[in-house]
Design a protein around this ligand. Structure first.
Ligand code: ATP
Ligand code: CA
Ligand code: CA
Length: 167
């Protein structure tokens, strides 16, 4: 039977990225930590992908997308994600700086959110191969609220370097 708490959960997609330190290990560890967040379980995650930095300098990134089920409200979830980022020693010296861990809320159920601290769906999701391609790997037919079927944007990012890793 589905409990009352279970019916209140939302399918939420988290984008993970690291290009500082042992990026592969960082992403693998972050996936474990997502599952340990309160009121949350990790349902599925994409392969890990190696991608060239976009609008940024530094090493290549390791990226992935995870689908979680959570009863956390969007702002609570953002706080938990920042907490995990801090566990990796993430700091923000300047925009698009290399980072040990970046956790973005790509989609939160079917909700569209616009607040001081959150824009969901993530406004650059459809423009970034490193977010869009892993998302499509786990849910090829997903629709982005306000934008339409995600696969329609794949052609727009086809020129961006992205390579599926063996892990
Ligand atoms: P980008 O948004 O281009 O991916 P970034 O991830 O490098 O940039 P950060 O420095 O990690 O940017 O985050 C800056 C702020 O973005 C966060 O403190 C948060 O309040 C805000 N933010 C807005 N929308 C989102 C979202 N969907 N997911 C995560 N953070 C968001
Ligand atoms: Ca980001
Ligand atoms: Ca971020």
């Amino acid at each position: 039977m589905i409990s009352a708490a279970e019916t209140a959960t939302k399918a939420v997609y988290i984008g993970l990225g690291s290009n500082l330190g042992d990026a592969t290990r960082n992403v693998q560890q972050a996936l474990v930590l997502l599952d340990k967040m309160p009121l949350t379980r990790l349902e599925v995650h994409s392969s890990l992908f190696l991608t060239a930095p976009v609008e940024a300098s530094g090493e290549n990134y390791v990226n992935a997308v995870a689908r979680i089920q959570t009863s956390l409200q969007p702002e609570e979830l953002l706080r938990e994600l920042h907490h995990i980022e801090r566990e990796f020693g993430r700091d923000r010296p300047y925009r698009n700086a290399p980072r040990t861990m970046d956790l973005d809320i790509l989609l939160y159920g079917l909700q569209q959110i616009q607040s001081d601290s959150l824009t969901v769906p993530h406004p650059r999701l459809t423009k970034r191969a490193f977010a869009l391609i892993p998302l499509l790997q786990i849910d090829p037919f997903i629709t982005i609220p306000g934008a339409g079927p995600a696969h329609a944007f794949a052609a727009d990012v086809a020129d961006q370097e992205i390579q599926r890793m063996g892990t």
